[in-house]
Design a protein around this ligand. Structure first.
Ligand SMILES: Cc1cc2nc3c(=O)[nH]c(=O)nc-3n(C[C@H](O)[C@H](O)[C@H](O)COP(=O)(O)OP(=O)(O)OC[C@H]3O[C@@H](n4cnc5c(N)ncnc54)[C@H](O)[C@@H]3O)c2cc1C
Length: 484
């Protein structure tokens, strides 16, 4: 198959790129499950931008840099913040139902932000954005969407990318294009406890690594402090906005503790809150309590969280919610410039799979949806590819395999949680690298969805562990308990 733009992934980054690129050429977007399956669809809290007259570009830039421990690329941060308000307007124009009062956007506050600057739609902002963009994409005649179509490997020759090899059912095929766009999201599902859905297996990152792309900052894997902690239930995210609206963290004695760890208390940067919870949890379960707020307000402000908790027997309007940290966001990724260009010709990366330099050593809450839309909107360089012809280069055909890799994925997720999690040290990291390498080397030949995911998870997991081993001092969301 041939197209102009090959887009891999249907989250906010892939959908937004597809919409922009469709103004110039034919887009073929492949996505490994259904079109809505993405981290974007799960985002709760909101999207940050300078939208209030009391706010300023300088303030958003400073909050982003401070949370990122000044490890960020300033040029990328300034670009992100400057473009932010235009992107919120764009999402509104497409019909995203952000909450408003008398025509003015309502804004909430999240950890690390000095003021209210987060636009939201209940506690399901990501779903609202994803649904809106999917509806617009489906109407667009220049965009073809192929669901249940998994990218296996990039087709790269002499430092240039020509397309992607994909799996559809049991069939392996090739899709060639003038520009190839990785928008495959992050690596959260590499960890046994995560807020991410099962699509987040770092496929794009591993494919890019195999193709020789530069990858940076992978040690900065953010753990969300407050995921539900109840035996037998997934670590469902309890949004930062719950703390933004007054939720208090309490230890097993029912006492608040965040004042001991940071002046911003519950709204301190995520890594600080996550480690504080992990420390307090050594003496018994930690809870998040917002039951002092008006119950009708809580039900309307947090409908998804309220209903999900009610289903498992917790009434957040009356009782505290048991919480603990879980893997959440991948700050590093495939290294790109402001135009999304990688070091491989014709290959671009946008969204969570990319490393723009915006997040530094830690992501400021609600900056990731913003990063995904701001950078995927900058398609100037990708459009220049249209001047060339689509070229087909021969590839080695991969064969379908019946091998069941489900248990291998489970094993990798446990290794990552045990040794490459919230608190790391040399011994654990070396153990994980050795185990992951052994899994990777012993994988059988052939392809199927689980097998390819296991391979990608082993490769991406090792890349994270190696980066964490190399950085001997703690910084941002990378924490070593053996630093000298
Ligand atoms: C529970 C939760 C809450 C969050 N809340 C917020 C928030 O409030 N604010 C905020 O800014 N950020 C939030 N985030 C982070 C944010 O959602 C993500 O960073 C952002 O959505 C990433 O968008 P993306 O387009 O890069 O990737 P995604 O939305 O993850 O999309 C990736 C796409 O690639 C596809 N894909 C992956 N591999 C392949 C393959 N091999 N072949 C084909 N397709 C593939 C996937 O199926 C998916 O469609 C949250 C994340 C989670 C999990």
């Amino acid at each position: 198959m041939k197209t102009d733009f090959v887009v891999i992934g249907s989250g906010i980054a892939g959908l937004n790129f597809a919409l922009e690129a469709s103004k110039y050429g034919k887009v073929t977007l492949i996505t490994k499950k259904e079109i809505m399956d993405s981290n974007t669809n799960k985002a709760q809290g909101g999207i940050a931008a300078v939208l209030d007259r009391h706010d300023s570009t300088e303030s958003h830039v400073e909050d982003t840099l401070k949370t990122g421990c000044y490890h960020n690329d300033i040029e990328a941060v300034e670009y992100l913040v400057k473009e932010g308000p235009k992107m919120i307007k764009k999402l509104l124009d497409y019909g995203t139902p952000f909450e408003q009062k008398s025509g003015v956007l309502k804004l909430t506050r999240e950890g690390g932000h000095k003021c209210r600057r987060v636009a939201y739609s209940g506690d399901h902002t990501g779903h609202a954005i994803e649904k809106t963009l999917v509806d617009v994409v489906k109407e667009n005649e220049n965009i073809e969407v192929l669901e249940d179509t998994m990218a296996l490997d990039l087709i790269v020759k002499d430092g240039k990318c020509y397309g992607v090899q994909y799996l559809q059912g049991k069939k392996v095929g090739e899709l060639y294009g003038k520009a190839v766009i990785l928008a495959t999201g992050g690596a959260g599902y590499l960890f046994a406890k995560t807020t991410n859905p099962d699509i987040a297996t770092a496929d794009g990152l591993a494919m890019a690594a195999r193709a020789g792309a530069k990858i940076e900052d992978m040690e900065f894997l953010q753990f969300h402090p407050t995921a539900l902690s109840k035996n037998g239930h997934d670590p469902f995210l309890i949004s930062e906005a719950v703390r933004g609206e007054g939720g208090k963290l309490k230890n097993s004695k029912g006492k608040r503790f965040m004042h001991k760890y940071h002046e911003m208390k519950e709204l301190a940067p995520r890594d600080i809150v996550a480690r504080a919870i992990a420390k307090e949890a050594l003496n018994g379960p930690v809870t998040l309590d917002i039951s002092h707020e008006d119950s009708e307000f809580l039900k309307t402000r947090f409908p998804t969280i309220y209903e999900t908790l009610i289903e498992i027997g917790i009434d957040m309007t009356k009782e505290p919610i048991p919480v603990s940290p879980a893997a959440h966001y991948t700050c590093g990724g495939v290294k790109v410039n402001l135009d999304g260009e990688t070091n491989i010709g014709n290959l671009y990366a946008f969204g969570e799979v990319s490393r723009t330099g915006v997040h530094g050593a830690n992501r400021l809450a609600s900056n990731s949806l913003l990063e995904s839309i701001v950078f995927s909107n900058n398609i100037i360089k990708a459009v220049k590819n249209l001047e060339h012809e689509v070229e087909e280069v021969p590839v080695e055909k991969q064969e379908f395999s019946d091998f069941d890799a489900a248990n291998l994925k489970k094993e990798i997720r446990q290794i990552m949680w045990d040794h490459v999690g919230l608190i790391r040290n040399e011994k654990g990291l070396k153990t994980s690298i050795q185990k992951l390498r052994s899994i990777e080397e012993n994988l059988p030949k052939g392809v199927n969805k689980d097998l390819i995911e296991a391979k990608n998870m082993a490769i991406a997991g090792r890349i994270i562990a190696e980066a964490a081993l190399k950085r001997k001092k703690s910084l941002g969301c990378h924490f070593r308990d053996d630093e000298i």
